[in-house]
Design a protein around this ligand. Structure first.
Ligand code: GLN
Length: 542
């Protein structure tokens, strides 16, 4: 039977609970255990799909088409296990289900309440489908004390009793701030946070304490005493240079040993950490450097491009180089000449995006890359803008546009109204709901034999994750191919353009899907590995 590890956060948000949970998952996996990670998000949205990337960060997409929290991306990258729809739940989704049940009459006669109905629904979710796992790690979003988090804390408290003895432990992630005037790391915020947890009936078994410098033994004792946690279970979590250092760093501090001890597992199997050492060594000892410009519109919050950044770093690992990212707000190119910004870079990447603002700037970036033979990688929106650029500059379609920005006489990119999902036809109308209605999740594509992209994948059949509402209009395929833009990848039924490439260019590829979502440090995605290799090549030319 699966054992459960509940991970909560205290003091402040942004302590890296997702990475900490992933690292613990990776450490247990390194000891041979089968591990699943799940995220419980207390907010009211049904999923993060409709939230602004500048507020909530990237929307991660799973193979089965869930729009999910970006922590699921960390889970996948650290454990290699592909997440699914059931790995992330929100208050919105729980309530949607409960209200539907109530209307159906499932609770006939009962008053529907937070306890037990909402907490039961949360517990059902947490316990569901875990037969194949040794450990299930459940991360609770937000921090202890948040009003909307209460039903989740209550549910995991109850689970502590519902499960057999020794079936669940609680890990609490907190912060010790350094106060310069006192010259000390302070324990008080952690004490308060643990008091808050204990007030709702949860006694943490392990404290994972973020600090910007080593925690003196005396302070550790104090935390142990006041928080009622064993001294060895107060684990310091210091800042590290790369997130891939975290598993090894936490292992050195004894996190996984303490977790197993808390479950009474003794002796514990030895961890195999070679692959983590390899990844970290690769990152620490690069043999060169390339600079990639990311021309996007959510550049103010780097979390909006989390998987993308990681995939580029993985591309760096594959080529033994450091990848430096140069973030450029695309609107800049609508007023200024891109040359001074882009002349020094070795590759240009236009990522996914939504809406008209900044789109002309992205088109300028694609033009610069095409004209100056700089490697160009257009992802989703970045492919659509590259197609519009090619239509205008190479095929002479001056008015080329996308219906995403309003009516246009030359809809190079238009609303997708129907497509095949497996054997089923999905249909959409322009006035339909926005939430959860894009073309989402893994779809197959067929690549033209002999194309650059087929060569990169080493295959003509691929499967990648999608999240888009618009598509490149295949009616323009003949004129664009005539002008030099090849439609190398299409959906298996031949109806939806999936990838484009320029014949006369060292590396110019657009993809309608999001390859960054499937890249992992141990298995860098072939497109990112190849793009970084092309950037390295370019750096040797200049
Ligand atoms: N806005 C575009 C669409 O919906 C691109 C989406 C994206 O980049 N993920 O098709």
């Amino acid at each position: 039977m699966a054992r459960y590890i509940f991970i909560t956060g205290g003091v402040v948000s942004s302590l890296g609970k997702g990475v900490a949970s992933s690292a613990l998952g990776a450490l247990l996996q390194a000891r041979g255990y089968r591990v699943r990670l799940r995220k419980l998000d207390p907010y009211l949205n049904v999923d993060p799909g409709t939230m602004s990337p500048t507020q909530h960060g990237e929307v991660f997409v799973t193979d089965d088409g869930a729009e999910a929290d970006l922590d699921l991306g960390h889970y996948e990258r650290f454990t290699g296990r592909s997440a699914n729809k059931m790995d992330n739940i929100t208050t919105g989704r729980i309530y949607q289900q409960i209200i539907a049940r109530e209307r159906r009459g499932d609770y006939l006669g009962a008053t529907v309440q937070v306890i037990p109905h909402v907490t039961d629904a949360i517990k059902e979710f947490v316990l569901d489908g875990n037969e194949d796992y040794d450990f299930v790690l459940c991360e609770i979003g937000g921090t202890v004390g948040d009003i909307e988090g209460l039903p989740f804390f209550e549910a995991i408290r109850q689970l502590g009793n519902d499960l057999p003895r020794g079936g669940a432990i609680y890990v609490h992630l907190t912060l010790m701030p350094f106060i310069p005037t006192a010259g000390e790391l302070k324990t008080k915020p952690t004490q308060h946070s643990v008091r808050e947890l204990r007030a709702i009936g949860i006694q943490p078994d392990i404290l994972l304490v973020r600090a910007d410098r080593p925690i003196p033994a005396e302070e550790r004792r104090k935390l142990s005493l006041f928080c009622n946690v064993r001294e060895t279970a107060v684990i310091q979590a210091l800042d590290v240079a790369t997130i891939y250092d975290v598993p090894i760093a936490y292992h050195h501090e004894g996190l996984d040993t303490e977790v197993l001890a808390a479950f009474g597992i003794d002796p514990a199997p030895k961890p195999q950490l070679q692959r983590w050492h390899q990844v970290v060594d690769g990152i620490r000892n690069p043999e060169g450097e390339v600079t990639i410009a990311i021309v996007g519109k959510y550049t103010g919050l780097k979390d909006a491009y989390k998987s993308l950044m990681e995939a580029l770093y993985h591309g760096g690992i594959a080529n033994k180089v450091r990848v430096r990212l140069d973030w450029i707000e695309s609107e800049v190119f609508e007023k200024e000449d891109p040359s001074p910004y882009l002349e020094g870079v070795n590759g240009i990447l236009v990522p996914g995006g939504f809406g008209e603002r900044g789109s002309e700037g992205k088109i300028h970036a694609a033009r610069f890359a095409r004209e100056h033979n700089v490697p160009y990688f257009g992802i989703c929106f970045g492919m659509q803008m590259a197609v519009i650029e090619a239509a205008r500059s190479l095929a002479g379609i001056e008015k080329a546009g996308s219906t995403e920005f309003g009516e246009t006489s030359e809809p190079l990119v238009g609303l997708m109204t129907e497509w095949l999902k497996g054997n089923e036809l999905e249909k959409r109308a322009s006035e339909g709901d926005l939430g959860g209605t894009m073309r989402l999740g893994a779809y197959k594509a067929a690549l033209k034999a002999g194309s650059k992209i087929a060569e990169i994948y080493g295959s003509t059949e691929i499967e990648e994750r999608h999240r888009h509402r618009y598509e490149v209009n295949r009616d323009y395929r003949p004129v664009l191919e005539e002008a030099g833009m090849i439609f190398a990848g299409m959906s298996p039924d031949g109806l939806l353009p999936e990838t484009v490439e320029l014949a006369d260019h060292p590396w110019f590829i657009g993809v309608q899907y999001h390859p960054e979502l499937k890249s992992r440090p141990f298995e860098p995605h072939p497109l990112f590995a190849s793009f970084v290799a092309a950037a390295l090549e370019q750096s040797r030319l200049v």
